[in-house]
Each structure stands twice: as C-alpha cells, then as structure tokens.
Ligand binder design. Structure first.
Ligand SMILES: *Cc1c(COP(=O)(O)O)cnc(C)c1O
Length: 388
C-alpha cells in the first residue's frame, strides 16, 4: 500500500528514520580500545531517562520478559516469598515468571481495568511481621488494560508498613514515555525493553538497579549464568560487555538517548499526556468506554477501548488492518475480543495520531458501530489545537 503503515500497537512502536539511520552500520570489534567510550556514552546517559542518580543501569541483548528474570535471579534467593498485585496480562506474566523460577508469590487479585491497591499492599506487608516477603512486583503501566498504577503510593504503603522488601517495577510500557522517578519513588529494580518508549526494534532489555538491590547481587545464591549481573558489572566497569553486544541496537539506543534527552524527559511525559487526552476525548465522542475503570488511572501511553457485549473487538482490529493499513492492539487473555488497544507512545505527534484515530473511526463505522465520522477526530483536535 502507498503511504505509511500505521503501527498503532503499544509496542513495538514505529522506529523514527533518525534511529533507522543510526542503526544502519557496519559491525565492529567490541573488544577494541575505542569501544569503552561508546559503552560509557550509553550507560552514563541511560539513568537520566528514569531520573536515576544512584545505583547503576544495565543493557542486555534481551526483551522485557527476560528482564523480569534478570532482576529476580540477581537479587532474590531461591524459593523466597514475593508479593504481587495482578490486574492484567503483564502483571500475570511477571508473576508466572517468578513462579517458574521457584519463588512463592502471594497474589493480590484486582479486577482487570483497576490499578494496584496501595492499601492492600500495605495490609499484606504489615501482616508479614517476620519480613519473609523479599520483594513487591509491580507493573507500572499495565499494557493489557491501559492502566497506570501509582508507584509513589505503593512505595509510601511499603514505608507505612515498615517493610524492607525490594520494590521491583516493570516499566516496559512506561519508561521513556511516562514520567518515571526512580530515585524519588525509591525503586530497587526497574526494567524495560527497547521497542516501546525507546522507539527501537525489540532486542535490548534494560535494568535500573538501586544501591540496595546491587548490595544483594554478590550474596544472592540463585543460580544464573548468562543473566549474571556480576559478570555484566565487571565488564561494564571496563567499558565492555561479557558477550557480543547487539551492536546495531546499541547504536540505535545511543541515538534514542540523544533524541529523548534533547526533547527532555519532562517534555516527553507532557507530550504523551497531551496525546492521551485527545484519544480519551475521541473514545468518549464515539460513545465507548475505556477498560481503565477510573480517569485517574487511565494510561498516557495507550488506551484500551471496550466494545459493547454484542460486538467483537477483533472485527474492528481486522477491518482497520485490511482496509486502512493500521495495526491496533488486540485484547489479551481475559479481555480478548472485548477491547482493542490504541498505542500512543513513542515517535508520535498530534497529526500522526489524528490519522490513526481517523482509521479507527472508519473501522468502527464499517463494523456497524453507530458513530458519526469525524466525531472522535474532532474531539481530539479540540484537545490538541494550540489556543490563540
Ligand atoms: C511489552 C511488555 C512486556 C514484555 O516485553 P517483551 O519485550 O515482549 O518481552 C512486559 N511488560 C509490559 C508492561 C509490557 O508492555
């Protein structure tokens, strides 16, 4: 098809031309004496994306799912107890990963469309008087439902309970798009991947670790090999990696950091907030509801839209794809067929997103939804227009 494909899923996100060019490189010797300057340029700037000034940041050739494992096996001893709210497919998979690794996870079930409950986390930690629970697993932005949890409130709940558990935060669909305050929230391990806010292909996983988490790494007795942070730290300290780095992606990351830091992380977060406001106005104008049950928890990086019970969201997604060359996110697991998701993170502005909303609108009309063409787009434009 002529024109650009609209990749409007919440990851992978479109890769800007500037990053594609940065990655189009010949391979080079990753053991050369010139290499450490490149490694250091990346690792010294990466923490700024999450406002991290203490601890260290790491990059693995991996994806977000692998980084759950990296965070856990390096800091939590075998068989330990963990606590995790579950409110969507990604919190579910984080829990499953921990269980497959042999950890015992106390799960706090929340309705899909709700956020983590700081009160319930506080109560569970307060009840653990012997401090058996070693970590709290939190998905900051639940990509299955378009819900953002309040990490600061969870940290405050942990403090009120006086509990020493580590705070693990999955920031895969929040880091580099939404505001993420690693220091202020006293996160111990935050993880993400390259294909969402960083606007790159999948293939890099990042871990941000606090001094408290790093202090656990040496003594942690959980078996690990490829994902051993001890080897990664020792090599990084010299400007190298323990095995062959994913060089093309690192060149992309180097340039993505330049792009993000040029825009400024506060501006990046503000842009995503503004874009989300327009999408939410469009959903309202279409007479549809969001999966996020309350406006305060609605995500700024994607919107999961509920369809009425007699409709199947998969029809909308397929019509959009086949007729209008736009890819929307499908409903995962419990919400399969009930929602379609509009990704609005990464390399996006009001005009590209207006085009995407136009595609959604036509697909909705084709699928028999009673909507007025232009209603959603118009509502979004009213949000985005720069007032005189
Ligand atoms: C995409 C995503 C993941 C999984 O990351 P992969 O890179 O696909 O392994 C994990 N958590 C969240 C919140 C995500 O959005």
């Amino acid at each position: 098809m002529a024109g650009r494909h609209f990749l409007q899923i919440p990851g992978p996100t479109p890769v800007p031309d500037r990053l594609q060019r940065a990655m189009h490189r010949q391979m080079e010797d990753h053991r050369s004496s010139a290499f450490p300057a490149f490694t250091r340029r990346i690792l010294s700037r990466l923490p700024q994306v999450v406002h991290q000034t203490q601890g260290e940041a790491f990059v693995f050739p991996a994806t977000g799912s692998a980084m759950w494992e990296v965070a856990l096996v390096n800091t939590v001893n075998p068989g330990a107890r963990l606590l995790a709210p579950r409110f969507g497919q990604f919190s579910h998979l984080f829990i499953q990963t921990a269980r497959h690794l042999g950890y015992q996870v106390d799960v706090l079930e929340e309705p899909w469309g709700e956020a983590a409950s700081p009160e319930r986390i506080e109560a569970a930690l307060a009840a653990d008087t012997t401090h058996e629970i070693q970590g709290v697993l939190l998905v900051h932005n639940e990509t299955a439902t378009g819900v953002t949890s309040d990490v600061a409130a969870v940290r405050a709940a942990m403090d009120r309970a006086g509990h020493p558990a580590l705070l693990f935060v999955d920031g895969v669909s929040s880091i580099a798009s939404l505001d993420f305050r690693f220091d202020d929230w006293r996160v111990d391990c935050a993880i993400t991947g390259s294909q969402k806010g960083f606007m790159l292909p999948a293939g890099l996983g990042m871990l941000f670790a606090s001094p408290k988490a790093l202090a656990r790494v040496e003594a942690c007795t959980t078996p690990r090999a490829y994902f051993d942070l001890r080897a990664m730290r020792a090599n990084n300290a010299q400007g190298y990696f323990p095995s062959t780095p994913a060089l093309s992606l690192l060149y992309g990351l180097d340039e993505a950091l330049t792009m993000l830091l040029e825009e400024g992380m506060d501006n990046v977060a503000r842009r995503h907030r503004t874009l989300a406001t327009g999408v939410r106005a469009a959903v309202k104008a279409w007479g549809l509801r969001e999966c996020a049950q309350r406006p305060e928890i609605a995500s700024d990086s994607l919107t999961a839209v509920l369809v009425p019970a007699e409709k199947d969201a998969r029809t909308v997604i397929d019509l959009a794809f086949r007729r209008y060359d736009i890819a929307l996110g499908s409903g995962l697991s419990e919400v399969a067929g009930k929602v379609f998701r509009i990704g609005h993170l990464g390399d996006m502005n009001a005009l590209t997103l207006a085009g995407a909303l136009a595609g959604v609108e036509m697909a909705l009309a084709d699928a028999g939804f009673d909507i007025t063409l232009g209603s959603g787009v118009g509502a979004a434009l009213a949000q985005w227009r720069v007032p005189a």
